[in-house]
Write a protein that binds this ligand. Structure first.
Ligand code: G
Ligand code: G
Ligand code: MN
Ligand code: NA
Length: 254
């Protein structure tokens, strides 16, 4: 209740920021893309974690407006990176079921990209499996229209939620993000290792890109690269950081 009240003023009060976490190419270690992660510093509540306020924003419907802010800010950032060391790096944003179900969503994406002069190829949307079960036919249509804008779609937290492999043929997806619950044990559990190996093999045969989430050790990174995982994300690569710090990450070292 307290969070809900404070959230209503937070956009106008400029209390939100985006941090960006590097998603590195497994082979070269180069920045392939970045995931935008919402951060809220409330004047009254202090720093509130997204795990706490996103569900509240979803319940109140405020997530549509908040998601619009995230989209706007990510496109502004992509435009600002143009011509610099981060030019061409795709930004991936998290999208809630409510946003996707909003009939204004695809036009908003198109208009926001256009207003900032950002090509759709620089934007990726991360959906969870929950989004896909909620509203099948409509979602299929939305994903087709996003593809026509060149916007990519990834399935976040793959393997946790309500996984049905039928999603992978039903919906036009570009990327699977293997949940960190599996990546965590990959060095020590043969089961996790086999499971991740199987997910990667399946992704390859379906023409999907694979991102491993929650990569925290060098051992995990090596195993995943050897398995053919395309991208690595996790604290071992980089923590979520403000855009200025991201520039340091790609600055040439001498
Ligand atoms: O950044 P952090 O690990 O604290 O994120 C926690 C959760 O909040 C993750 O599940 C992440 O997907 C979600 N999240 C972060 N930023 C956004 C956002 O902009 N929109 C939505 N819908 N979820 C987000
Ligand atoms: O649900 P989603 O995948 O969007 O969640 C992203 C969240 O995962 C972010 O809040 C980020 O802080 C967190 N995260 C990113 N890398 C790691 C990691 O290596 N280990 C752990 N435990 N969390 C991570
Ligand atoms: Mn995500
Ligand atoms: Na995830």
């Amino acid at each position: 209740l307290v969070i809900d009240g404070a959230l209503r003023h937070a956009i106008a009060a400029n209390e939100f920021r985006l941090e960006y976490q590097v998603i590195a190419e497994a082979g070269s270690g180069k920045v392939g893309k970045v995931e935008a992660l919402l951060r809220w510093r409330s004047a009254t509540l202090g720093t509130v974690a997204p795990d706490r306020f996103i569900p509240v924003a979803e319940d109140s419907g405020l997530i549509v407006e908040l998601g619009g802010w995230v989209l706007e800010e990510a496109c502004r950032q992509a435009a600002q990176w143009r011509g610099g060391p981060l030019a061409g790096v795709r930004i991936s944003i998290n999208v809630s079921a409510w946003q996707l179900a909003d009939p204004g969503f695809v036009p908003l994406v198109e208009a926001t990209l256009a207003r900032h002069g950002v090509p759709g190829a620089l934007l990726e949307l991360e959906l969870t499996e929950r989004v896909l079960i909620d509203d099948g036919p409509n979602v299929r249509n939305v994903l087709e229209r996003l593809r026509a804008l060149d916007v990519s779609v990834s399935l976040d937290d793959f393997g946790t939620g309500y996984s049905s492999l039928s999603y992978l043929t039903q919906f036009q997806l570009n990327t699977l993000k293997i949940d960190r619950a599996f990546v965590m044990d990959i060095e020590h559990s043969t089961r996790s290792n086999s499971l991740v190996h199987a997910i990667i093999a399946m992704g390859h045969s379906l023409g999907l890109q694979l991102v491993a989430e929650g990569v925290e050790t060098d051992g995990q990174a090596r195993i995943l690269a050897r398995m053919g995982c395309h991208y690595l994300q996790g604290f071992h690569i980089a923590r979520p950081a403000a855009p200025e710090q991201l520039l340091l990450f790609v600055a040439p070292r001498s």
